[in-house]
Design a protein around this ligand. Structure first.
Ligand SMILES: [Zn+2]
Length: 476
């Protein structure tokens, strides 16, 4: 039995759709299809695009049937490469690895060493590079595996040059050490180095305008270690002011700077967490149920959940600080602090003095914006993923993004009065105190809508009208 053929096809409008020839039909079609040719295809089936890694954002996929008709045509109106370059900032603002594959272009800024290892008895290797979008210091981390890594190294060796423009077509978004980057997929991705496609003309023009002495050449990249605060805050994440974060109406990840003006003690400061996974436990009859471990425990571990009011030169917002970062800064675990409260006889619902150590300190934060109910007063929640008040890092950050630092250092009554009140998270704290993948209701309803549509038209019986497309075989 032959392996199925997976293709991405492109029409004259530049739109793409994935296209599959099932294994049993491969002998019928394999001799007819070649990458780079233009075909008119009629009588094919259509299904929802629900596979895990989606090479296109098209809602549907095409699959060939036994009686699908494929006719090659001469047509130059279809472009050769359907690049759809995604800005680095768009990728780095993503809060989850979604299944859509992306095209990226950038100048090779730094390169790590080839890392070789053995997994399940098989040798494997990868190389990490950073691409520069030449739009002001933004770098994207790209991991190239196996043959893609070899291809890059071979090219660099054989073509000594001051600058390399790297295109990774159909890469997948991948979290690495809390930073969103891109890596190749085994079968879909393509790597192009210094190939001046028409779609890449603007970028090459920008590269050619660079001053030759202006820091060109490839920097060494130290890999295989967690991404440091410095790299994360200064190079690999997207900065937004608090006002801009509040305006953003999608799940996203940003870095920002601000001063903690107050700890919102009315929400408490700790929750009953799972000892194993930190999720909030549901208490029932002296037992504690963990919805993540899906089991009952007879005990819980106190974990931090601290609501802080953060102000910058544009606005103020409530951030939620969780166990890891809070314990790191306060220097005491929630469990120990809770214990000392009990020992000292601190009133049950009041906040220990230690928590207020956070007040009036300027931090830089990496935050995750999670949308909740769009109709509520504050339709989002802002979780702190990472924070630091390390002096040199905060100054470098402020130097780079140049917020009006004067306002950060002192109370600004006008801004505080402008700011919106704290949102009510008391309910959410009980049920979901730790970050967890939120159900994307909008997305779900869209899929349901599409499914309904498919059922109405009948999946297998779709007989499409004649459709012209350029068929690019990317996997076989
Ligand atoms: Zn658990």
């Amino acid at each position: 039995m032959k392996a199925p053929i997976e293709m991405v096809v492109l029409d004259e409008e530049g739109d793409t759709i994935q296209c599959t020839v099932k294994d049993i039909f491969v002998p019928i079609f394999e001799g007819l299809l070649a990458e780079g040719n233009v075909y008119v295809v009629t009588n094919f089936g259509v299904a929802l695009n629900t596979i895990k890694f989606k090479p296109t954002r098209h809602e549907f996929r095409i699959h060939f049937k036994r009686d699908t008709i494929v006719r090659p045509v001469q047509d130059s109106s279809v472009p050769l490469n359907g690049f759809n370059f995604v800005p680095f900032k768009t990728i780095q603002s993503e809060s989850k690895e979604d299944g859509y594959l992306v095209d990226v272009i950038g100048q090779l800024a730094s390169k790590g060493n080839l890392v070789e290892f053995t997994r399940d008895g098989k040798p494997s290797s990868y190389i990490t590079i950073e691409l520069d979008d030449l739009e002001g210091g933004q770098k994207l981390r790209v991991t190239l595996w196996q043959s893609f890594a070899f291809e890059l190294l071979k090219y660099l060796e054989e073509h000594p040059s001051l600058t390399y423009v790297v295109i990774l077509q159909m890469g997948k978004m991948k979290f690495y050490s809390g930073v969103m980057g891109v890596s190749n997929t085994n079968y879909n991705s393509k790597l192009f180095i210094n190939v001046e496609f028409p779609a890449a003309r603007d970028f090459f023009a920008r590269v050619n305008k660079l001053d030759p002495v202006d820091g060109q050449g490839i920097m060494p990249l130290v890999c295989g270690q967690p991404v440091s605060d410095e790299e994360d805050f200064l190079r690999l994440s997207v900065y937004k002011t608090i006002a801009d974060i509040k305006e953003h109406n999608q799940d996203a990840v940003f870095v920002t700077a601000g001063t903690i003006k107050e700890v919102e003690t009315e929400f408490g400061w700790w929750y009953k967490g799972c000892k194993k996974c930190r999720r909030g436990l549901r208490e029932l009859d002296k037992k504690y149920f963990c919805p993540n471990c899906i089991r009952d425990y007879g005990f819980y571990e106190p974990r931090y959940i601290i609501h802080i009011r953060v102000i910058d030169h544009t606005d103020a917002a409530s951030f939620v600080l969780f166990d890891g970062e809070a314990a790191k800064f306060l220097g005491v675990s929630a469990k120990d602090l809770r214990q000392s409260c009990v020992t000292k006889g601190v009133e049950k619902n009041s906040c220990p003095e230690e928590i207020h150590k956070l007040r009036d300190i300027k931090f830089i934060f990496k935050v995750q914006l999670k949308m909740r109910n769009l109709n509520s007063y504050e339709p989002y929640v802002i979780h702190v993923l990472r924070m630091t008040n390390e002096n040199s890092l905060v100054s470098a950050f402020l130097d780079k993004y140049n917020p009006d630092t004067g306002l950060l250092s002192h109370e600004n009554s006008e801004l505080l009065s402008l700011s919106t009140g704290p949102y009510n998270t008391s309910k959410a704290c009980e049920s979901e105190p730790t970050p967890s993948p939120a159900v994307d209701e909008k997305h779900n309803s869209k899929i349901l809508g599409a499914k309904k549509h498919i059922e109405e038209i009948g999946e297998e019986s779709v007989s499409s009208k004649s459709k012209k497309g350029k068929w690019v075989v990317v996997e076989d």
